[in-house]
Ligand binder design. Structure first.
Ligand code: UD1
Length: 358
């Protein structure tokens, strides 16, 4: 019984590491494919080293491109591997282009697909990730959900309940495993930060950073925030390109960094007064860590982080964001709870289901 697991972009690595480790404990043989959607060392390689992921057995090297060309390259390359190896199962995670492309290849070859982090919906089809989520779920045989909303969405879409397994959040497996190391690292001293008196920023959604108008709005807003608190901003390559073309200068109180390794980022996140983000996973990690999070988006596919956790969904209008930002900086915070089964054992639950399935 052989399994192919797929990773491709930064948010896949911390979700797949606990799953791969757990399926190995069951003695199942795993072949790891990296599509190469993310290829810079600081977007990919460093995560393998830190998370203890095995070296990929196959690196497809598809790189950047339009959605169609990136997806098309993955389809062709991944089909060759599946034809050769004839796996009993393909495991994909999350909602990136690599997830959808490799699931599609597998299902067309009648190979069952397992989707880690299934059922999440923003109900916003302008997000490329939403299309990837819907299509991947539609063709998967094992759907592993992280929160109740995911299970409900799948049932509403007609997915048979036998295919759905609420296993919790394996991204949190990685957070809980590495948080002791992260706390020890204390990188805030390296960046001359005073205790937890800083705000950590990550922004990379095309809708926020790709247009000149939007990146200028964001830059002005960050400059206003930086009058109240130090800002640390590890910058995604997509955002870096836009900021480089932006006519508004960033304040000296904003420290731009290259994308950070996993443990260092976790460390900065766990100690921050607040995080401002448009990422998916960071909404969940901050909820687990009890750190205040402002999500600069109109919607979230992870509603439990708002309902139960420390996430504030503010939309993208600067005045609304700044109002919540001021509340948090002045100590008016949200008390959060940790959602059910976000306990560090999700990878094991997934491996157990996969073992039974095979
Ligand atoms: C992708 C995912 C997104 C995820 C994000 C995390 C899709 C549709 N989007 O978005 O869900 O939140 O990853 O980072 O799959 N680039 C580099 N070096 C790299 C990778 C990318 O310079 O290692 C640059 C390229 O110029 C590329 C751009 O970043 O054109 C965007 O990369 P891409 O993978 O297409 O999308 P992301 O914005 O990273």
């Amino acid at each position: 019984m052989s399994i192919i697991s797929v990773v491709g972009a930064r948010p896949n690595f911390m979700k797949m590491a606990p799953v791969i480790s757990a399926i190995k404990d069951y003695g199942l043989s795993n072949y790891l494919v990296h599509t190469g959607q993310h290829y810079d060392d600081n977007m990919s390689k460093v995560f393998f080293t830190e998370l203890g992921l095995p070296e990929p057995d196959n690196f497809l090297g598809v790189g950047s491109g339009s959605h169609a060309s990136q997806t098309a390259k993955m389809l062709i390359e991944f089909e060759t591997i599946c034809l050769k190896r004839k796996p009993s199962l393909v495991i994909v995670a999350g909602d990136v282009n690599s997830t959808m492309a490799c699931a599609l290849v597998a299902v067309k070859l009648n190979i069952p697909v397992a989707h880690v982090e299934a059922g999440l919906r923003s109900f916003d089809n302008t997000m490329p990730e939403e299309i990837n989520r819907i299509l991947t779920d539609r063709i998967s045989d094992l759907l592993f959900t992280t929160e109740d909303s995911g299970t409900k969405n799948l049932l509403n879409e007609g997915v048979p309940k036998e295919k759905i397994h609420f296993v919790g959040n394996c991204m949190i497996d990685s957070v809980s495993k590495f948080i002791p190391l992260a706390k020890e690292m204390a990188p805030w001293s390296k960046y001359d930060l005073n205790g937890n008196d800083y705000c950590l920023i990550t922004l990379h959604r095309p809708s926020n950073v790709d247009s000149q108008q939007n990146i200028e709005k964001i830059t002005s807003m960050l400059n206003i925030m930086s009058e109240k608190i130090h800002i640390v901003f590890p910058i995604h390559p997509r955002t870096k390109k836009s900021i480089n073309n932006c006519t508004i200068a960033l304040s000296d109180n904003i420290r731009l960094l290259d994308p950070l390794p996993y443990v260092e980022f976790l460390s900065l996140m766990s100690n921050a007064k607040l995080v401002v983000t448009d990422s998916g996973g960071i909404q969940e990690e901050t909820t687990y860590l009890g750190v205040q999070c402002i999500t600069v988006r109109e919607n979230t596919e992870r509603p439990i982080t708002v309902e139960l956790g420390t996430n504030h969904l503010t939309g993208t209008v600067a005045n609304n964001i700044l109002r919540v930002f001021n509340d948090i900086v002045e100590g008016r915070c949200k008390r959060g709870e940790i959602p059910s089964k976000w306990d560090g054992n999700s990878g094991k639950r997934i491996a157990n289901v996969i073992n039974d399935f095979l």
